[in-house]
Design a protein around this ligand. Structure first.
Ligand code: HEM
Length: 229
């Protein structure tokens, strides 16, 4: 197969995956927010902690910016847009960052007061830390002009943002495929599986699409370098 044809197939595959990610991200963002816009705690689809008066409010402060980050993220991975409209990339990037900081702060409160159990709390605390750490690293690398590193950290960061979607997919699948298991066990499994699964997919993508071509290029150039030195 010619290199051009292989490239065009890879390009089409990338757009199909990107489209699936963007549609499910926007779909979930739009679908999950309305119960948190009414201001009525009775609309919360999640069982609230009766001892925490502000539980609904902290879910609202989490879900709204979380949904914004989720919906904006896919735009940032479009190369053409980034090259042609760098200002737009910067503005959307700032809105994304502020949204993640607000959503993760509220997520830490939600994790502390949730009635979903200890294993879920631990998973969400790890997710909050990883969400903020990857964001900080992405910001630091772009401030230093390290564009490739910035991309790698943003892929990791958005993979964690996207855990909001995969969690719900696994939850629905679990409830359909094994209804006798019980909601709590399926929910706990879905939370952990969404984090681990997304991290693995992100690392696979980073190694295969970004690091492997770099290593191959370096190996190709190495004999040239050794003869020059
Ligand atoms: C990636 C980092 C995230 C963390 C650590 C996190 C954490 C949490 C926690 C702890 C809860 C309460 C769950 C419970 O009590 O069992 C929650 C609920 C929720 N989160 Fe997140 N979340 C994250 C990302 C997102 C994103 C990107 C969205 C985008 C919409 C989102 C939307 C929601 C919604 C809507 C709820 C309420 C539950 C529901 O109505 O289904 N979260 N989240």
């Amino acid at each position: 197969m010619s290199t051009t044809r292989a490239r065009s197939i890879r390009g089409r595959k990338w757009w199909a995956l990107w489209g699936l990610m963007a549609v499910s991200a926007v779909g979930f963002a739009v679908g999950s927010v309305p119960p948190y816009l009414t201001g009525d705690a009775a609309d919360a689809p999640l069982p609230l902690n009766p001892e925490v008066a502000l539980h609904y409010l902290s879910l609202m402060v989490h879900a709204v910016p979380g949904a914004l980050a989720l919906a904006l993220g896919p735009l940032q991975f479009v190369n053409r847009l980034r090259v042609r409209r760098p200002k737009l990339h910067r503005v959307v990037g700032r809105v994304y960052m502020i949204s993640v900081v607000i959503a993760s702060t509220a997520a830490a409160i939600n994790a502390a007061v949730t009635i979903s159990g200890f294993a879920v709390q631990v998973a969400f605390f790890i997710l909050v830390l990883a969400w903020l750490y990857t964001l900080a690293m992405a910001y630091r690398s772009i401030r230093r002009g390290e564009v490739q590193l910035h991309r790698i950290w943003m892929i990791r960061n958005y993979a964690l943002t996207f855990a909001a979607v995969t969690l719900r997919v696994y939850l629905l699948l679990g409830l359909q495929l094994s209804p006798s298991t019980g909601f709590e066990a399926i929910y706990t499994t879905a939370v952990w599986a969404s984090i681990l699964g997304n991290v693995l997919v992100a690392e696979y993508f980073i190694v295969q699409r970004m690091l492997a071509p770099l290593v191959r290029r370096q190996r190709r150039d190495a004999p040239l370098v050794s003869t020059l030195t």
